[in-house]
Write a protein of this length. Structure first.
Length: 342
């Protein structure tokens, strides 16, 4: 009997050793003591690497979170008309979701603002923000921007557009409130450099000095402060109708509807963004090539207006240099401005 027990114990021992050894071998692989290069589909998938653009959405997909970012497709269009209902809803939603940081008056001075050390909330009434397209503001609310958190979980797609429509109303109301005293300065067209000694006239005689500068021959053509030659746009044929749309989307926030001017630009010596309708007489020219050339330099390279001492007025963006508009779009908008100044 005892011998058979011995045999059984011996065999169990062998089995245990074999099992342990096998287990140990498996663990060697499991814990990568011995590495095996498995075929990994993760490694060869189109994964997003750091510093790469986000993957484009697959074709045929329908974004349920509203418009998505698609490279080179521009900002999404606002599908919600800015009617009374939308603006009223937007105001309510703004009050709930944005005022903690941006403040009741949207100037960026909400109760939370003092605690945000790195980046203060933006002044939503400023031209910098108002200059953004509806779609761009929508994307900021949806995805956040810099230190601003994404609010797509707080607001539905429709609600976000309502807030955008409400924000648009702020540019007008604030501009009348912020009207600087400098608006009293002569007209909306920038005073061109005068080559005569009369330019040094004292402010008291400003009225007479401006009448002295009247003769066109002594006036230099207004040029942008940023350097650079003409862009390809002046060799293209512009379409004034499409230019009108481009103007409404990009230029109107500063230059006003139909380029009528009069919107305050605090800190600039003119006090307002220049009128393009009528446009500065030195830019206008009966030779349309020259007229287009004069406009093109401003639109390609942008320009910082003359400022009051120590002030920082808003500049004209460099649409061409920054590729914010294509050359064809610039040609279209030039054609539109020319059509405003027959
Ligand atoms: C938690 C605080 C906070 C809340 C809430 C908040 N914002 Fe902001 N927002 C910021 C900060 C901070 C910035 C500046 C971000 C930067 O420049 O990095 C900013 C910037 C912006 C900008 C400017 C973006 C740009 O391109 O310059 C817009 C537009 C904006 N916010 C709109 C909104 C709207 C609309 C809401 C409400 C739906 C809202 N924000 C709610 C903190 C907030
Ligand atoms: C953010 C505000 C802003 C926007 C947006 C803007 N401009 Fe301007 N623009 C200015 C300012 C400021 C000046 C004056 C520059 C100066 O005096 O040097 C100016 C000057 C001009 C001038 C020269 C007129 C003059 O009398 O000096 C033209 C032409 C012009 N802008 C066209 C456009 C067009 C076209 C667009 C849209 C594609 C546009 N601007 C968008 C701010 C803006």
């Amino acid at each position: 009997m005892s011998t058979s027990w011995n045999v059984i114990l011996k065999r169990l021992g062998i089995v245990a050793v074999v099992v342990l050894v096998l287990f140990g071998v498996v663990e060697l692989f499991a814990y990568d003591v011995i590495k095996i290069q498995f075929v990994s589909f993760m490694a060869i998938s189109p994964a997003m690497q750091p510093m790469e653009n986000p993957l484009p959405v697959p074709s045929q997909s329908i974004p349920i979170e509203g418009p998505a970012y698609i490279p080179n497709m521009g900002a999404p269009k606002n599908p919600v008309p800015a009617d009374q209902v939308s603006i009223a809803r937007g105001a309510e939603l703004f009050h709930i979701n944005c005022t903690a940081c941006h403040g009741e008056d949207a100037k960026g001075d909400g109760p939370v603002a003092p605690f945000l050390q790195k980046q203060k909330p933006a002044d939503l009434t400023s031209p910098t923000v108002q200059f953004l397209s509806d779609g761009a503001i929508f994307m900021v609310i949806s995805n956040g921007f810099g230190m601003m958190p994404p609010l797509n979980e707080n607001l539905t797609v429709r609600e976000r557009w309502d807030v955008v429509n409400f924000l648009r109303t702020l540019s007008n109301s604030s501009s009348s409130a912020a009207a600087p005293t400098a608006t009293s300065s002569t007209g909306s067209s920038p005073t061109p450099t005068v080559s005569g000694a009369s330019a040094t006239a004292t402010p008291a005689t400003a009225a007479t000095s401006s009448s002295q500068t009247e003769p066109e021959a002594t006036e230099e053509v207004a040029r942008p402060s940023n350097p650079g030659g003409p862009g390809d746009a002046i060799n293209l044929t512009g379409d004034p109708n499409s230019g009108a749309q481009i103007f409404a989307n990009n230029c109107q926030t500063c230059h006003n509807a139909q380029g009528k001017g009069g919107i305050p630009n605090p800190g600039s010596s003119d006090g307002t963004f220049p009128s393009l309708n009528p446009i500065d007489p030195t830019i206008k020219n009966s030779d349309l090539k020259t007229f287009a050339y004069n406009l093109d330099l401003f639109i390609q390279h942008g320009s910082t207006p003359e400022s009051l001492p120590g002030a920082a007025p808003t500049s004209m963006p460099a649409w061409g240099d920054k590729n914010a508009l294509t050359q064809q779009q610039i040609a279209d908008v030039i054609a539109y401005i020319i059509s405003l100044n027959p």
